[in-house]
Design a protein around this ligand. Sequence first.
Ligand SMILES: Cc1cc2nc3c(=O)[nH]c(=O)nc-3n(C[C@H](O)[C@H](O)[C@H](O)COP(=O)(O)OP(=O)(O)OC[C@H]3O[C@@H](n4cnc5c(N)ncnc54)[C@H](O)[C@@H]3O)c2cc1C
Length: 495
Amino acid sequence: MIQQYITNIIGSGLGGLAVAIRLARHGHKVRVFEKNPGPGGKLNSIDRGQYRFDTGPSLLTLPELVEELLSDAPENIRSLFKPRKLDKICKYYFPDGTVVDAPSDPEAFSRTFSCLTGERKANIDRYLKKVCELYDLTAPVFIFGNFHRKEELFQPKNLKVLFNLHRLNPFATMHGYNSRRFSHRNIIQLFDRYATYNGSSPYSAPATLNVIAHLEHNKGAFFPENGMFSITMALYEYALHLGVEFIFNTYVSKIKLDGKKTTGLIARDKEYGSDIIVSDCDVFHLYEYLLPEIKAPAGSRKKNLSSSAIIYYWGMKIDPPDLDLHNIFFAADYRKEFNCLFKKMTMYSDPTVYIFISSKAARKDAPEGKSNWFVMVNAPYDNGQDWNELIPQTRKNIINKLESRLGFSIQDKIEQEFIIGPPEIEKNTLSTAGALYGNSSNSASSAFYRHPNFSKKIKGLYLTGGSVHPGGGIPLCLASAAIVEKEVLREYKNS
Ligand SMILES: Cc1cc2nc3c(=O)[nH]c(=O)nc-3n(C[C@H](O)[C@H](O)[C@H](O)COP(=O)(O)OP(=O)(O)OC[C@H]3O[C@@H](n4cnc5c(N)ncnc54)[C@H](O)[C@@H]3O)c2cc1C
């Protein structure tokens, strides 16, 4: 007789949805418990008046990871996710007054930036080639691989990486490496900014993380035709199609153990038995609240949390042609900004401002002639700062900065507004202190201390999502789900 395994998943963020699909395809009976009324976690959507906003991620790379997950889905579900490659990655407003559209094509990018800055084109080309080589070398082991299992790490195909670890420059910082490669501060700042893609500082994060730039600059930046939330909807619909059961508005308060094995979970005072538990929760939340009797591994006890964010969602009466889908207004003193975020633990008075306007690509997201601005600044994680003071003060600083760079008034154009800061991010998604990516990668060893995608202490417990290996961001969360699938199948293959 075929045994049907029961899997309980805690959380319907991207990792949770992806694991649900992967295990349901293997015939598991899958239930997803979510404290919120709907799926998506950080990858969510909010309507305000005539405006729709993606609440979290806005930059999409490696869309093929979503497409691969949906490859066996019926056409009406697959067609919910339509990624389009962007011609321009981002519009940059540099402190020296330069405004430039960064072309997606690597050749056009190096030509444009070489002309603008006087930096030798060959330097930029060499850098883009180098980050490509680094990615090809490291991604199979450090992103898509399960290096916490010795038998996987020491496979013959990985020896090349292990012998070339010194080439990853783990002991230089991103900024140190970039400032040795380039002489113009605008190019250094542009490549330094990729540290923020996992909530880290370019002045501390290892130069290995310069590979992040490869994804946008060589592989391409994408945007789904119907906005970022279409990723959540496509995965959710496919999971439903595969028979996954979603139990919303239901907080999981405890994981049940029998010795060193999971037997199920408790939600709303009811016990739901299962063979397997997959946690898509923030790893600190998991150990603190759901498994208080188990000591977390060392790397998941010490909190070196990543940065958080304040996001001002503005429904704007105008649709300025000067702004694109992605726009960045850099801080004049980037080092001071990161010093504030990670050392002083407060907001910087001249923050780097990121504006994402989905209605530039998804026209239905705002009425004709208007636009939906997602205005985000990096923030420290919540350690008790007075956000009631910092959030309005930062708002003033942002408006002053935008008005002086764009040359028109902002305040009188805002007709809808809501704001979230670190405490709301924690409340909405249970991410400890509102940190966006679990622990930061502000040291050479951070990658090795991320929690594996399986528990070494408890049989039947697996972990996916942005706070565990390989890290935060859409592609990495999807990679974590694929590793969970492989791990589960080692022990729980229906036969
Ligand atoms: C503002 C912002 C901007 C971002 N920008 C980008 C970007 O541009 N590009 C990119 O790739 N990534 C970006 N990210 C990161 C990306 O959104 C995340 O890494 C990813 O979506 C996290 O997915 P996850 O699987 O970890 O689950 P999460 O999204 O963290 O969701 C976890 C879910 O689990 C639920 N949950 C937790 N504990 C319990 C419990 N005990 N019981 C029931 N339910 C529970 C929560 O309610 C939540 O819905 C951004 C994130 C934010 C917040």
